[in-house]
Write a protein that binds this ligand. Structure first.
Ligand code: NAD
Length: 411
């Protein structure tokens, strides 16, 4: 993923005639923190925080707990954060953190121990005006609450502005949990509007029905009645019903801790994740993890639009294939896929994180309507800017989003 991110940035830099020196500088993070967390039980875990760039404001980025976390992945995700905050016009920089741990194998007490130790290692380098971490994969409000509490205990800072994604009673923002999914709906709707909505009903499939994917679908169900979800997956299986699935029912099912592999309901059937990717829907929403589409499965994609809600879900070869090389089954070129890129599509989370930070700094608590209205303003402005740049400079949406970000970061 790191290689793909670097190579894509270099390509765009060249295309835009940005200085090679400036691009090389941008590829290097400002600081890397690489340490071990050792629990009382003796178990050891690798932990990271990569602070990529604070040119536009304090570092900002999530912390993930996942067994596959490694330094290169965190480096790539940190660059993506800098590009994202720049592309949507936030006065924030980019960072990312992670611990190589499978949280499902730990007790609640051990998770708290890891969370607090993570902060003790980094306390000198983070804070409301330095680096403001947030949740990411497998890190929920509770984990952020432990981290924020540890930071406040060590520093006596009472602003609550050191972390975002906190629970409401600790200074969290209304609307934060749903923000990435909501932002994805706003961005997709705006893009379809620009493209001249292709048809009355749009069918879509969601790969990864976790926090982001399930909020995307439940908000779309309420606010975009013409969109119909026909499939949704978790890491084990996908639920499929060509006549439409109930997003709320599936979200309640997943929130009860069960896997789709045990889901049974009239009219639905279980299919594999690979089968979900190759469904003949209008839109494929990628909301699981990075590298979900590679050269091996991209040729199976039939959707006309892809929404990248996960970070980096399409690798470079798959991206090239989908946007340039896709061939019809009898060898004729078929329409390339329109991809709404991650740094725009999933920016809702960092936008509402920014709004949470602003509220904490001002000692305010905004109603959800105000938060959602502000989120919408940022998302619409970002999509409009990217769409306009893409059409005026003959770039793909991803190239245009990167171009906007790179200009802000290198000049
Ligand atoms: P999550 O852990 O809540 O959900 C991920 C979902 O994907 C789970 O349902 C999991 O079972 C499923 N999954 C994992 N591997 C899969 C596979 N191979 N096939 C199908 N499904 C699979 O995580 P999340 O917070 O929803 O984040 C999802 C993605 O969105 C990540 O890439 C994350 O970096 C990105 N993201 C999250 C936020 C946020 O606010 N949470 C913000 C921006 C980007």
């Amino acid at each position: 993923m790191l290689e793909a991110t670097h190579s894509f940035i270099k390509q765009i830099g060249k295309k835009l005639n940005l200085s090679e020196q400036g691009i090389d500088r941008l590829l290097k993070p400002d600081a890397e923190h690489n340490f071990d967390i050792e629990l009382k039980s003796g178990q050891k875990f690798k932990a990271y925080r990569v602070q990529h760039s604070n040119k536009l404001g304090p570092y900002k980025g999530g912390i993930r707990f996942h067994q596959n976390v490694n330094l290169d992945e965190i480096r790539a995700l940190a660059i993506l954060m800098s590009l994202k905050t720049a592309a949507v016009g936030l006065p924030l920089g980019g960072a990312k953190g992670g611990v190589a741990v499978n949280p499902k194998e730990l007790s609640r007490a051990e998770l708290e121990e890891i969370s607090r130790q993570y902060v003790r290692h980094l306390v000198k380098f983070i804070g409301p005006d330095k680096d403001i971490p947030a949740p990411d994969v497998n890190t929920d409000q509770q984990i952020i609450d432990w981290m924020a509490d540890e930071y406040e205990r060590l520093t006596k800072d009472k602003s609550h502005a050191s972390f975002t994604g906190k629970s409401l009673h600790l200074g969290g923002s209304e609307g934060r949990e749903a923000a990435t999914g909501r932002g994805g709906v706003i961005a997709s709707a705006r893009l379809f509007q620009h493209l001249g909505k292709p048809k009355q009903k749009l069918t879509y499939a969601v790969q990864g029905y976790g926090n982001v994917g399930s909020f995307f679908a439940t908000i779309a169900q309420k606010e975009q009645p013409d969109w119909q979800m026909v499939a949704a997956s978790d890491s084990r299986a996908a639920v499929y019903d060509p006549s439409g699935l109930d997003a709320k029912e599936l979200a309640d099912y997943k929130n009860s801790g069960k896997s789709f592999s045990d889901f049974r309901a009239n009219g639905t059937r279980l299919i594999s994740n690979e089968a979900l990717i190759s469904l003949d829907t209008d839109v494929l929403v990628l909301a699981a993890l990075e590298d979900a589409l590679t050269e091996s499965n991209a040729p199976k994609v039939k959707a006309k639009y892809i929404v990248e809600l996960a970070n980096g879900p399409i690798n470079e070869a798959a991206y090239q294939y989908l946007t340039h090389l896709r061939q019809g089954s009898v060898g004729q070129a078929s329409q390339p896929v329109t991809i709404l890129p991650d740094i725009i599509a999933n920016a809702g989370g960092v936008i509402v994180s920014y709004l949470e930070w602003l509220q904490n700094k001002a000692g305010e608590h905004w109603p959800e309507t105000k938060v959602n209205a502000e989120l919408k303003k940022y998302m619409v402005k970002a999509v409009d800017h990217v769409y306009k740049s893409a059409t005026s400079q003959n770039l793909s949406l991803k190239e245009a989003a990167l171009a906007i970000a790179l200009k802000r970061l290198t000049t």
